[in-house]
Design a binder for this molecule. Structure first.
Ligand code: FES
Ligand SMILES: [Fe+2]
Length: 391
Protein backbone atom coordinates (compact mmCIF):
# COMPACT_ATOMS: atom_id res chain seq x y z
CA UNK A 1 0.00 0.00 0.00
CA UNK A 2 1.32 3.41 -0.89
CA UNK A 3 1.98 5.60 2.03
CA UNK A 4 -0.02 8.77 1.90
CA UNK A 5 2.24 11.71 2.49
CA UNK A 6 0.72 14.02 5.05
CA UNK A 7 -0.03 17.35 3.41
CA UNK A 8 0.44 20.37 5.60
CA UNK A 9 -3.12 21.29 6.49
CA UNK A 10 -4.04 24.58 4.87
CA UNK A 11 -6.28 26.44 7.17
CA UNK A 12 -7.57 29.33 5.12
CA UNK A 13 -9.25 30.78 8.21
CA UNK A 14 -5.71 31.51 9.26
CA UNK A 15 -3.87 32.31 6.03
CA UNK A 16 -0.18 32.05 6.77
CA UNK A 17 2.60 33.49 4.63
CA UNK A 18 3.25 30.17 2.88
CA UNK A 19 -0.35 29.90 1.62
CA UNK A 20 0.28 32.93 -0.61
CA UNK A 21 1.85 33.00 -4.08
CA UNK A 22 5.60 33.48 -4.47
CA UNK A 23 4.87 36.86 -6.04
CA UNK A 24 2.86 37.98 -2.97
CA UNK A 25 5.54 36.67 -0.60
CA UNK A 26 8.24 38.52 -2.50
CA UNK A 27 6.24 41.78 -2.27
CA UNK A 28 5.60 41.27 1.45
CA UNK A 29 9.31 40.78 2.06
CA UNK A 30 9.90 44.17 0.45
CA UNK A 31 7.84 46.08 3.04
CA UNK A 32 10.33 48.22 4.96
CA UNK A 33 10.08 48.71 8.74
CA UNK A 34 7.80 51.71 9.35
CA UNK A 35 10.65 53.89 10.61
CA UNK A 36 12.50 53.31 7.31
CA UNK A 37 9.47 53.99 5.12
CA UNK A 38 10.00 56.56 2.36
CA UNK A 39 8.14 59.88 2.35
CA UNK A 40 7.63 60.41 -1.37
CA UNK A 41 6.72 63.81 -2.75
CA UNK A 42 4.50 64.26 -5.75
CA UNK A 43 3.22 67.09 -7.89
CA UNK A 44 0.14 65.80 -9.67
CA UNK A 45 -3.31 67.04 -10.60
CA UNK A 46 -6.38 65.89 -12.47
CA UNK A 47 -9.20 68.06 -13.81
CA UNK A 48 -12.43 67.93 -11.83
CA UNK A 49 -14.25 67.25 -15.11
CA UNK A 50 -13.05 63.63 -15.07
CA UNK A 51 -15.40 63.15 -12.11
CA UNK A 52 -18.29 65.34 -13.19
CA UNK A 53 -18.38 65.53 -16.99
CA UNK A 54 -21.05 63.76 -19.05
CA UNK A 55 -18.67 63.55 -22.04
CA UNK A 56 -16.00 61.83 -20.00
CA UNK A 57 -18.58 59.43 -18.56
CA UNK A 58 -19.82 58.48 -22.05
CA UNK A 59 -16.25 58.09 -23.28
CA UNK A 60 -15.41 55.69 -20.42
CA UNK A 61 -18.59 53.75 -21.14
CA UNK A 62 -17.72 53.32 -24.81
CA UNK A 63 -14.01 52.67 -24.41
CA UNK A 64 -14.04 50.55 -21.26
CA UNK A 65 -17.25 49.49 -19.57
CA UNK A 66 -19.19 48.38 -22.65
CA UNK A 67 -16.32 47.03 -24.74
CA UNK A 68 -13.74 45.56 -22.34
CA UNK A 69 -14.29 42.64 -19.94
CA UNK A 70 -16.02 43.82 -16.75
CA UNK A 71 -16.65 41.83 -13.57
CA UNK A 72 -20.31 40.95 -13.08
CA UNK A 73 -20.33 38.98 -9.83
CA UNK A 74 -18.53 36.28 -7.85
CA UNK A 75 -18.20 32.83 -9.41
CA UNK A 76 -18.86 31.18 -6.07
CA UNK A 77 -22.39 32.65 -5.89
CA UNK A 78 -23.55 30.55 -8.84
CA UNK A 79 -23.62 26.85 -8.13
CA UNK A 80 -24.60 24.32 -10.81
CA UNK A 81 -28.32 24.60 -11.53
CA UNK A 82 -28.73 28.24 -10.51
CA UNK A 83 -29.63 31.54 -12.18
CA UNK A 84 -29.45 35.18 -11.17
CA UNK A 85 -30.50 38.50 -12.69
CA UNK A 86 -28.03 41.40 -12.59
CA UNK A 87 -28.66 45.07 -13.34
CA UNK A 88 -25.60 46.81 -11.89
CA UNK A 89 -24.29 48.21 -15.19
CA UNK A 90 -27.74 49.28 -16.40
CA UNK A 91 -27.77 46.41 -18.91
CA UNK A 92 -30.24 43.73 -17.73
CA UNK A 93 -28.27 40.49 -17.49
CA UNK A 94 -29.21 36.93 -16.72
CA UNK A 95 -26.49 34.65 -15.37
CA UNK A 96 -26.85 30.89 -15.27
CA UNK A 97 -24.73 27.91 -14.42
CA UNK A 98 -25.83 24.65 -15.99
CA UNK A 99 -25.91 21.36 -14.09
CA UNK A 100 -22.63 20.54 -15.86
CA UNK A 101 -21.07 23.68 -14.37
CA UNK A 102 -20.92 25.83 -17.50
CA UNK A 103 -21.49 29.51 -16.85
CA UNK A 104 -23.50 31.71 -19.23
CA UNK A 105 -24.23 35.44 -19.28
CA UNK A 106 -27.31 36.38 -21.33
CA UNK A 107 -29.17 39.58 -21.95
CA UNK A 108 -32.17 39.30 -19.63
CA UNK A 109 -34.73 39.60 -22.43
CA UNK A 110 -37.28 37.03 -23.51
CA UNK A 111 -37.17 36.38 -27.25
CA UNK A 112 -40.97 36.70 -27.48
CA UNK A 113 -41.49 40.35 -26.49
CA UNK A 114 -38.41 41.20 -24.52
CA UNK A 115 -39.71 40.81 -20.97
CA UNK A 116 -37.07 40.30 -18.30
CA UNK A 117 -37.16 36.63 -17.46
CA UNK A 118 -35.90 36.96 -13.91
CA UNK A 119 -36.17 40.00 -11.66
CA UNK A 120 -34.28 41.01 -8.50
CA UNK A 121 -30.72 39.87 -7.96
CA UNK A 122 -31.08 36.84 -5.70
CA UNK A 123 -29.54 33.55 -6.79
CA UNK A 124 -32.29 31.04 -7.58
CA UNK A 125 -32.08 27.28 -7.93
CA UNK A 126 -33.60 26.62 -11.34
CA UNK A 127 -33.68 23.80 -13.87
CA UNK A 128 -35.36 26.00 -16.44
CA UNK A 129 -36.22 29.64 -16.85
CA UNK A 130 -39.83 30.53 -17.52
CA UNK A 131 -40.76 34.01 -18.65
CA UNK A 132 -43.45 35.42 -16.36
CA UNK A 133 -45.38 37.00 -19.27
CA UNK A 134 -46.47 34.16 -21.61
CA UNK A 135 -44.42 31.37 -20.06
CA UNK A 136 -41.87 30.73 -22.79
CA UNK A 137 -39.34 28.43 -21.18
CA UNK A 138 -35.58 28.28 -21.68
CA UNK A 139 -32.95 25.77 -20.61
CA UNK A 140 -30.05 27.13 -18.53
CA UNK A 141 -27.87 27.07 -21.66
CA UNK A 142 -30.25 29.60 -23.26
CA UNK A 143 -32.13 27.27 -25.60
CA UNK A 144 -35.82 27.94 -26.02
CA UNK A 145 -37.37 24.62 -25.04
CA UNK A 146 -41.08 25.26 -24.62
CA UNK A 147 -43.59 27.74 -26.03
CA UNK A 148 -47.15 27.85 -24.71
CA UNK A 149 -49.68 27.10 -27.48
CA UNK A 150 -46.91 26.84 -30.03
CA UNK A 151 -49.37 25.56 -32.68
CA UNK A 152 -50.69 29.14 -32.91
CA UNK A 153 -47.40 30.52 -34.29
CA UNK A 154 -47.23 29.91 -38.07
CA UNK A 155 -43.83 28.98 -39.59
CA UNK A 156 -42.18 29.29 -36.21
CA UNK A 157 -38.73 27.85 -35.58
CA UNK A 158 -37.88 27.63 -31.92
CA UNK A 159 -34.14 27.38 -32.47
CA UNK A 160 -34.05 30.94 -33.89
CA UNK A 161 -35.34 32.33 -30.58
CA UNK A 162 -32.67 31.26 -28.07
CA UNK A 163 -31.51 33.80 -25.47
CA UNK A 164 -28.93 36.35 -26.64
CA UNK A 165 -25.62 35.47 -25.02
CA UNK A 166 -22.69 37.75 -24.17
CA UNK A 167 -19.06 36.62 -24.27
CA UNK A 168 -18.13 35.61 -20.72
CA UNK A 169 -15.34 34.01 -18.74
CA UNK A 170 -14.48 33.10 -15.18
CA UNK A 171 -11.21 34.52 -13.92
CA UNK A 172 -9.83 35.11 -10.42
CA UNK A 173 -13.09 33.93 -8.84
CA UNK A 174 -15.17 36.46 -10.75
CA UNK A 175 -17.57 36.21 -13.66
CA UNK A 176 -16.50 38.55 -16.48
CA UNK A 177 -18.46 39.59 -19.55
CA UNK A 178 -18.24 42.00 -22.46
CA UNK A 179 -21.48 43.96 -22.43
CA UNK A 180 -21.52 45.09 -26.07
CA UNK A 181 -22.08 42.07 -28.30
CA UNK A 182 -20.59 43.94 -31.27
CA UNK A 183 -17.29 44.71 -29.53
CA UNK A 184 -14.13 42.82 -30.48
CA UNK A 185 -13.58 40.07 -27.97
CA UNK A 186 -10.30 40.77 -26.19
CA UNK A 187 -9.58 39.16 -22.83
CA UNK A 188 -5.96 40.26 -22.52
CA UNK A 189 -6.79 42.71 -19.72
CA UNK A 190 -7.31 39.73 -17.39
CA UNK A 191 -3.90 39.03 -15.87
CA UNK A 192 -2.72 35.56 -14.81
CA UNK A 193 -1.02 36.86 -11.64
CA UNK A 194 -4.32 38.22 -10.32
CA UNK A 195 -5.91 34.82 -10.95
CA UNK A 196 -3.04 33.09 -9.17
CA UNK A 197 -3.13 35.45 -6.17
CA UNK A 198 -6.92 35.27 -5.77
CA UNK A 199 -6.88 31.50 -6.07
CA UNK A 200 -4.25 31.32 -3.30
CA UNK A 201 -6.49 33.57 -1.21
CA UNK A 202 -9.41 31.16 -1.71
CA UNK A 203 -11.67 33.65 -3.52
CA UNK A 204 -13.01 31.25 -6.20
CA UNK A 205 -14.31 28.82 -3.56
CA UNK A 206 -15.11 31.20 -0.70
CA UNK A 207 -18.39 31.46 1.17
CA UNK A 208 -20.34 34.68 0.61
CA UNK A 209 -21.18 35.63 4.19
CA UNK A 210 -22.70 39.01 3.37
CA UNK A 211 -23.70 40.95 0.33
CA UNK A 212 -24.99 44.51 0.10
CA UNK A 213 -25.67 46.87 -2.79
CA UNK A 214 -25.10 50.61 -2.41
CA UNK A 215 -26.46 53.27 -4.78
CA UNK A 216 -24.03 56.16 -4.34
CA UNK A 217 -24.17 59.77 -5.48
CA UNK A 218 -20.56 59.84 -6.58
CA UNK A 219 -18.41 59.16 -9.63
CA UNK A 220 -16.98 55.63 -9.63
CA UNK A 221 -13.42 57.00 -9.49
CA UNK A 222 -14.28 59.13 -6.44
CA UNK A 223 -15.55 55.93 -4.81
CA UNK A 224 -12.40 54.06 -5.87
CA UNK A 225 -9.74 56.58 -4.80
CA UNK A 226 -9.71 55.77 -1.05
CA UNK A 227 -8.89 52.16 -1.90
CA UNK A 228 -5.74 53.35 -3.68
CA UNK A 229 -4.27 55.48 -0.91
CA UNK A 230 -3.47 55.23 2.77
CA UNK A 231 -3.44 59.01 3.28
CA UNK A 232 -7.03 59.15 4.53
CA UNK A 233 -6.91 56.08 6.76
CA UNK A 234 -5.68 57.62 10.03
CA UNK A 235 -7.84 60.67 9.37
CA UNK A 236 -11.23 59.66 7.94
CA UNK A 237 -11.18 56.40 9.91
CA UNK A 238 -9.77 57.92 13.13
CA UNK A 239 -12.72 56.70 15.22
CA UNK A 240 -12.90 53.21 13.70
CA UNK A 241 -9.92 51.38 12.22
CA UNK A 242 -7.46 54.23 11.65
CA UNK A 243 -5.11 53.35 14.49
CA UNK A 244 -4.53 49.84 13.09
CA UNK A 245 -2.79 51.19 10.00
CA UNK A 246 0.57 52.89 9.48
CA UNK A 247 0.76 56.27 7.74
CA UNK A 248 3.24 55.05 5.11
CA UNK A 249 3.16 54.27 1.37
CA UNK A 250 2.23 50.78 0.13
CA UNK A 251 4.41 48.36 -1.81
CA UNK A 252 2.75 48.48 -5.22
CA UNK A 253 2.99 46.13 -8.22
CA UNK A 254 1.25 46.53 -11.55
CA UNK A 255 0.13 43.46 -13.51
CA UNK A 256 -1.07 44.52 -16.93
CA UNK A 257 -3.74 47.10 -16.07
CA UNK A 258 -4.34 45.91 -12.50
CA UNK A 259 -2.67 47.00 -9.28
CA UNK A 260 -1.66 45.11 -6.14
CA UNK A 261 -0.89 47.10 -2.99
CA UNK A 262 0.64 45.47 0.05
CA UNK A 263 1.09 47.30 3.31
CA UNK A 264 2.25 46.51 6.81
CA UNK A 265 -0.24 47.34 9.55
CA UNK A 266 0.85 49.40 12.53
CA UNK A 267 2.06 46.22 14.31
CA UNK A 268 4.15 45.11 11.30
CA UNK A 269 7.87 44.49 11.57
CA UNK A 270 9.88 42.42 9.08
CA UNK A 271 10.59 40.02 12.00
CA UNK A 272 6.88 39.31 12.32
CA UNK A 273 7.21 37.34 9.06
CA UNK A 274 9.42 34.76 10.78
CA UNK A 275 6.45 33.32 12.65
CA UNK A 276 5.23 30.78 10.13
CA UNK A 277 2.11 29.96 12.10
CA UNK A 278 0.86 33.54 12.25
CA UNK A 279 -2.17 34.76 10.31
CA UNK A 280 -0.45 36.96 7.75
CA UNK A 281 -3.46 39.26 7.37
CA UNK A 282 -3.10 40.37 10.98
CA UNK A 283 0.06 42.23 10.06
CA UNK A 284 -0.20 42.71 6.29
CA UNK A 285 -3.07 44.07 4.19
CA UNK A 286 -3.53 43.26 0.51
CA UNK A 287 -5.57 45.73 -1.52
CA UNK A 288 -6.13 45.04 -5.21
CA UNK A 289 -7.56 47.21 -7.90
CA UNK A 290 -8.49 44.82 -10.68
CA UNK A 291 -9.04 46.73 -13.88
CA UNK A 292 -11.32 48.45 -14.38
CA UNK A 293 -13.52 48.51 -11.29
CA UNK A 294 -13.00 45.68 -8.83
CA UNK A 295 -11.51 46.27 -5.37
CA UNK A 296 -10.38 43.44 -3.11
CA UNK A 297 -9.16 44.10 0.45
CA UNK A 298 -8.00 41.51 2.97
CA UNK A 299 -8.76 41.49 6.69
CA UNK A 300 -7.61 38.86 9.20
CA UNK A 301 -10.78 36.73 9.03
CA UNK A 302 -12.47 37.72 5.79
CA UNK A 303 -11.97 39.30 2.38
CA UNK A 304 -13.96 42.21 0.96
CA UNK A 305 -14.76 42.34 -2.75
CA UNK A 306 -16.38 45.42 -4.27
CA UNK A 307 -17.58 46.01 -7.81
CA UNK A 308 -18.01 49.71 -8.63
CA UNK A 309 -20.46 50.06 -11.50
CA UNK A 310 -20.77 53.53 -13.05
CA UNK A 311 -24.31 54.64 -13.86
CA UNK A 312 -23.73 58.31 -14.50
CA UNK A 313 -21.03 60.95 -13.92
CA UNK A 314 -22.28 61.28 -10.34
CA UNK A 315 -23.81 57.87 -9.67
CA UNK A 316 -22.26 54.47 -8.90
CA UNK A 317 -23.77 51.17 -7.89
CA UNK A 318 -21.45 49.25 -5.55
CA UNK A 319 -21.89 45.54 -4.93
CA UNK A 320 -20.10 44.73 -1.68
CA UNK A 321 -19.35 41.09 -0.78
CA UNK A 322 -17.83 39.79 2.44
CA UNK A 323 -16.13 36.44 1.82
CA UNK A 324 -15.22 33.94 4.49
CA UNK A 325 -13.37 30.66 3.92
CA UNK A 326 -16.51 28.70 4.78
CA UNK A 327 -19.95 29.15 6.29
CA UNK A 328 -19.67 29.72 10.05
CA UNK A 329 -19.55 26.33 11.71
CA UNK A 330 -19.92 27.45 15.32
CA UNK A 331 -21.58 30.20 17.32
CA UNK A 332 -18.17 31.69 17.92
CA UNK A 333 -17.44 31.89 14.18
CA UNK A 334 -20.89 33.35 13.50
CA UNK A 335 -20.36 35.99 16.19
CA UNK A 336 -16.96 36.90 14.71
CA UNK A 337 -18.27 37.15 11.14
CA UNK A 338 -21.37 39.03 12.13
CA UNK A 339 -19.38 41.59 14.14
CA UNK A 340 -16.89 41.92 11.26
CA UNK A 341 -19.70 42.45 8.75
CA UNK A 342 -21.25 45.25 10.81
CA UNK A 343 -17.83 46.86 11.29
CA UNK A 344 -16.84 46.75 7.63
CA UNK A 345 -20.19 48.14 6.47
CA UNK A 346 -19.73 50.98 8.96
CA UNK A 347 -16.19 51.65 7.73
CA UNK A 348 -16.67 51.28 3.95
CA UNK A 349 -20.31 52.36 3.84
CA UNK A 350 -20.44 54.88 6.67
CA UNK A 351 -16.96 56.37 6.12
CA UNK A 352 -15.37 55.72 2.67
CA UNK A 353 -18.62 55.88 0.65
CA UNK A 354 -19.88 58.74 2.79
CA UNK A 355 -16.66 60.66 2.05
CA UNK A 356 -17.05 59.89 -1.66
CA UNK A 357 -20.52 61.44 -1.71
CA UNK A 358 -19.25 64.44 0.28
CA UNK A 359 -16.43 64.91 -2.27
CA UNK A 360 -18.69 64.54 -5.26
CA UNK A 361 -21.06 67.19 -3.90
CA UNK A 362 -18.14 69.60 -3.52
CA UNK A 363 -16.60 68.78 -6.90
CA UNK A 364 -19.92 69.55 -8.57
CA UNK A 365 -20.04 73.08 -7.12
CA UNK A 366 -17.32 74.26 -9.50
CA UNK A 367 -15.28 75.54 -6.53
CA UNK A 368 -12.14 73.87 -7.84
CA UNK A 369 -10.86 73.14 -11.34
CA UNK A 370 -8.39 70.43 -10.43
CA UNK A 371 -7.77 67.99 -7.61
CA UNK A 372 -4.24 67.66 -6.25
CA UNK A 373 -2.45 64.51 -5.09
CA UNK A 374 0.31 63.88 -2.53
CA UNK A 375 3.09 61.30 -2.49
CA UNK A 376 0.90 59.17 -0.22
CA UNK A 377 -1.66 59.03 -3.04
CA UNK A 378 0.71 58.03 -5.82
CA UNK A 379 -1.08 54.78 -6.65
CA UNK A 380 -4.14 56.79 -7.69
CA UNK A 381 -1.98 58.38 -10.40
CA UNK A 382 -0.68 54.94 -11.41
CA UNK A 383 -4.29 53.92 -11.85
CA UNK A 384 -5.18 57.05 -13.85
CA UNK A 385 -2.20 56.45 -16.16
CA UNK A 386 -3.45 52.89 -16.79
CA UNK A 387 -7.04 54.07 -17.27
CA UNK A 388 -6.03 56.88 -19.62
CA UNK A 389 -4.00 54.42 -21.69
CA UNK A 390 -7.32 52.82 -22.67
CA UNK A 391 -9.40 55.97 -23.21
S1 FES B 1 -42.52 38.15 -23.34
FE1 FES B 1 -41.73 36.31 -22.57
S2 FES B 1 -43.19 34.84 -23.07
FE2 FES B 1 -44.00 36.66 -23.88
FE1 LIG C 1 -10.88 53.96 3.73
Amino acid sequence: MNQIKPVRARNPIKPTLDTLTSSQIEAIRKIPPHDAAPTPELEAHRPVSIFTGEDRFQHEQQRIFLTMPVPITLSTLLEPGTAMAHDGYGVPLLLTRTKEGRLHVFLNACQHKGSKILDGCEVQKQNRLTCPYHAWTYALDGKLVAVARDETFRNFEKHTRNLAELPSREHAGLVWAILDRDADEDWTSLHAQIDEDFTAMGIPSAHVYGRKTFDLKANWKVVLEPFLEGYHVQRLHRNSIGQLFADVPNVTDVFGLSIRQISGKVNFTPDALNDEEENIHKTVTHAYQVFPNCVVVTSPYYISVMLLMPRGPGRTIVDYFMLTPEAPSSEKAEALYSKSYDLILDVFGGEDFWAAEMSQAGLETGALDTVVYSGLEETILTFYDLLESRL
